[in-house]
Write a protein that binds this ligand. Structure first.
Ligand code: FAD
Length: 336
């Protein structure tokens, strides 16, 4: 049940050569309860892992790494206008999107090709092209790791925001996600909030699910490196939010600074632009690099350690802070 000294090289998309002291998979709540009831688990540090597409291992993990093998997708309800799905936390996210597109269920097509699993998607509140997971999420079933109790959390309970949830803040390490419930539309419901997306779809065909998915896949493939080829974790930093008055001050010095309205009268500034302005695009430090086509993506140019990538990230944070007085916050979770 518990594997000792388990390589995580294929379970982190940076491709960092690292190990878990112990590794265990669970395919049901009962199996997970059994693992977390062992003395070994209770006396060791522990963490959950999905596909490691949002993790940076700085060191090996000297404890128990848990991975969900709950891979069922169940249709648990439907009416004329919508379907309700219960999705196991170990289901590969993009396979789920493909399944929904094939069945004519609208809501997550804009989230095509995001790596990782359904459980982690609910931790991260994944988002892309104007859609966030919380837009279609109804509830999350979790196991409380200290009591072994199964609990259903409503979308409100999960405290979602931009790449934010209680699973990353107040309830960090408290719950293992077992499954997520999504409500998807059977009626066409395209989301074209993202600039030029509709144009791109129409260039390729009709406004239907298959064309939207193909468009998103083509755009993403052109912009982002394939982790199988060049290790990376997608956007390394979150786009910073600043107040309107701070933006005004910045605009006096940097009139071309791009910005988008965000919640609570704040403004979002693309982190990629800030990093690019500081001259980081295409640069490297040791075997860690800044991706030439998209400076928000840090890459493992081959054999980089997690520490090297973290050092590059810290150097970028320092120059952006010095030039713009803005703190870049990593979207990627550091382990170690
Ligand atoms: C090329 C590329 C492109 C990307 N594009 C996007 C994008 O467009 N939008 C976006 O939002 N993200 C994007 N990402 C980031 C990443 O894909 C998402 O954050 C994804 O949800 C992480 O899934 P994972 O299974 O790999 O989780 P991991 O990285 O393994 O884990 C992420 C977090 O979830 C926790 N976790 C994992 N499984 C469970 C569970 N069952 N229960 C409780 N906690 C759990 C982990 O402890 C960790 O804190 C991209 C990454 C890459 C490599």
């Amino acid at each position: 049940m518990l594997n000792e000294n388990y390589s995580l090289k294929n379970l982190n998309t940076f491709g960092i050569d690292c190990y878990a002291r112990w590794f265990a998979e669970y395919s049901s709540a009962d199996e997970l309860r059994e693992i977390v009831g062992t003395d070994l688990y209770r006396n060791s540090p522990s963490m959950l892992i999905g596909r490691g597409s949002n993790l940076l291992f700085i060191t090996d993990f000297e404890g128990v790494v848990l991975h969900s093998a709950m891979r069922a997708v169940k249709l648990i309800g439907h009416d004329k206008s919508s379907v309700m799905l219960e999705v196991g936390s170990g289901v590969l996210w993009d396979e789920l999107v493909e399944h929904c597109v094939r069945n004519g269920w609208w809501g997550i097509e804009n989230l095509s090709l995001i790596p990782g699993e359904a459980g982690a998607a609910a931790v991260q509140n994944i988002g892309a092209y104007g859609v966030e997971l919380c837009d279609v999420l109804e509830s999350v079933k979790v196991l409380d790791l200290s009591t072994g109790q199964e609990i259903s959390l409503s979308v409100e309970d999960c405290g979602y925001g931009y790449r934010k949830s209680i699973f990353k803040t107040s309830a960090r390490n408290q719950f293992a996600i077992l499954s997520v419930r999504l409500r998807l539309s059977r009626q066409p419901r395209p989301c074209f909030k993202y600039p030029h997306l509709e144009e791109e779809v129409l260039k390729r065909g009709e406004v239907d699910l298959a064309t939207i998915r193909r468009t998103i896949i083509e755009i993403r493939t052109a912009k982002l490196p394939d982790p199988e080829v060049l290790g990376n974790a997608g956007s390394f930093f979150m786009n910073p939010l600043v107040s309107a008055s701070k933006l005004e001050k910045l605009q006096k010095v940097f009139p071309a600074i791009p910005n988008y309205p965000a919640d609570n009268q704040q403004v979002k500034i693309p982190a990629a632009w800030l990093i690019d302005q500081c001259g980081w695009k295409g640069k490297s430090m040791g075997k860690a690099g800044v991706y030439e086509q998209q400076p928000l993506v840090l890459v493992n140019q081959g054999g980089a350690t997690g520490k090297e990538i973290a050092e590059l990230a810290a150097a970028i944070q320092t120059t952006v802070a010095n030039q713009f007085d803005i703190s870049l916050v990593p979207e990627v979770n550091y382990i170690g």
